[in-house]
Design a protein around this ligand. Structure first.
Ligand SMILES: [Zn+2]
Length: 419
């Protein structure tokens, strides 16, 4: 008797895993026929047909057009894809000075978007109220489509206790101990996922970015601060309490500048947009001439990365020297990560990545000097695919991945929050 019940559980688990496998195959290769799914997954055709029938009934898959299959001459093969309208996903990023929100369908195509600056808002309460109001607008917009919403993901620039959805510390916002999921849950009857913004972006890059299916992906995002994430075979490395990937606070220079985390000489103090701007201001204030003075009308607090890129392309000595310094520190940190993790991909995102082409030669020189050849020869170093959307697309990927993993246990999309 016990044997039977265990076999039955194993059978269910196996079927769930195969359902997930089929959905993931459609996610990556659709439009594709049932026979094509069988080849990609290694499952037999009868099993694929049976599970596809259930998934169509549950609304997760739809048949789309037909094509003539070369192996079955004369017989049209019906293709399959994920059903875009089975349900929607909302994903947001609360940045240091902005809020970005997207909604996607189940093909992860963006169907709604909001992006607003928060630079003029006074404090945490105002920013949270504004974020919540914007989310409600997007939520209502998506609700009008009359389909379930699978979840809401929110990325934040700080340390997150993912189990409770608490933002423990966001040094560049000056926030700590914020029960963000509880606050949002009071307003939205949806599964809510709170995560570190760079962790989300890392997951997104491995889910459908440049490093899709990477065996070991290291994602580094540099802007106001510096964050990161490690994804191993599609799974985010969370660490024991969900805080892995705080590369920005590796000490790279014990005698360096004070960091907003309280430490000194963190990588974040050397290899960010903030460090680049500070370096440029220091060079100009000590007397160096630069076209950046004209570009900013003398207001050096209004520097932007595109301005610096433009100046460097015109051989502006200050811009070139500052980019070289920032690139050098980026390369030093990346070399440390490569020697530690032996990754297949290193992806670089965040606002500083807008200067990637100018930074790359210096980064590469540091990597060549500081990593083992057997390690650096295996690495693909590239710019992240989604740049400014990396975090929100990663949040959508996080929810999509969860829905696909549990599609069978829900049986139908109506098991999700639909109010
Ligand atoms: Zn730090």
């Amino acid at each position: 008797m016990k044997m039977d019940s265990r076999n039955s559980v194993d059978h269910t688990t196996m079927r769930e895993m195969n359902i997930t496998l089929i959905l993931n195959t459609l996610r990556q290769y659709a439009p594709i026929s049932r026979a094509g799914v069988a080849v990609k997954t290694g499952l037999n055709k009868a099993s694929v047909s049976s599970m596809v029938r259930d998934l169509i009934a549950a609304g997760f898959i739809e048949e789309t057009g037909s094509s003539v299959s070369a192996s079955e001459v004369g017989r049209p093969a019906i293709n399959l894809r994920l059903n875009p309208d089975v349900g929607y996903i909302i994903s947001a990023e609360i940045g240091v000075d902005f809020i970005s929100i997207i909604a996607t369908d189940f093909l992860l195509e963006i169907v709604a978007r909001r992006y607003e600056s928060t630079a003029e808002l006074a404090d945490r309460e105002e920013i949270l109220q504004y974020a919540s109001d914007l989310l409600l607008e997007v939520y209502q917009q998506v609700r009008r489509r009359g389909r379930p919403i699978f979840g809401l993901a929110v990325g934040v620039p700080g340390l997150v206790d993912m189990s409770s959805g608490t933002l423990l510390l966001a040094p560049n916002l000056g926030w700590r101990d914020l029960p963000l999921r509880d606050l949002l849950q009071a307003r939205f009857d949806l599964p809510i996922y709170i995560a570190n913004e760079a962790n989300m972006a890392a997951l997104g890059e491995s889910y459908f970015g440049t490093a899709q299916n990477s065996r070991l992906l290291v994602y580094v995002s540099s802007g106001v601060g510096l964050g990161g994430g490690i994804v191993i075979n599609g799974q985010l490395l969370t660490g024991v309490s969900g805080l892995a990937g705080e590369f920005g606070h590796m000490t790279v220079n014990p005698a360096g500048l004070a960091c907003r985390c309280g430490n000194r000489g963190c990588w974040e103090t050397t290899a960010t947009q903030t460090a680049l701007f500070r370096d440029i201001r220091a060079r100009i204030e000590s007397g160096a001439g630069s076209m950046l003075l004209d570009q900013t009308g003398g207001k050096l607090n209004q520097l932007t990365i595109p301005m610096i890129v433009h100046a460097a392309r015109h051989n502006d000595a200050v811009a070139l020297a500052a980019l070289e310094e920032t690139g050098r520190w980026l390369g030093i940190g990346l070399a440390n990560l490569m020697n530690t993790l032996n990754p297949e991909h290193v992806m670089f995102g965040g606002k500083l990545s807008l200067a990637y082409e100018l930074l790359l030669p210096v980064i590469q020189a540091e990597i060549d000097q500081r990593t083992f050849p057997w390690i650096r020869e295996q690495v693909t170093l590239a710019i992240a695919r989604h740049s400014a959307d990396a975090t929100v697309m990663g949040g959508a990927a996080m929810i999509h991945h969860d829905v696909i993993r549990h599609a069978m246990s829900r049986q139908s999309a109506t098991g999700y929050a639909s109010l």
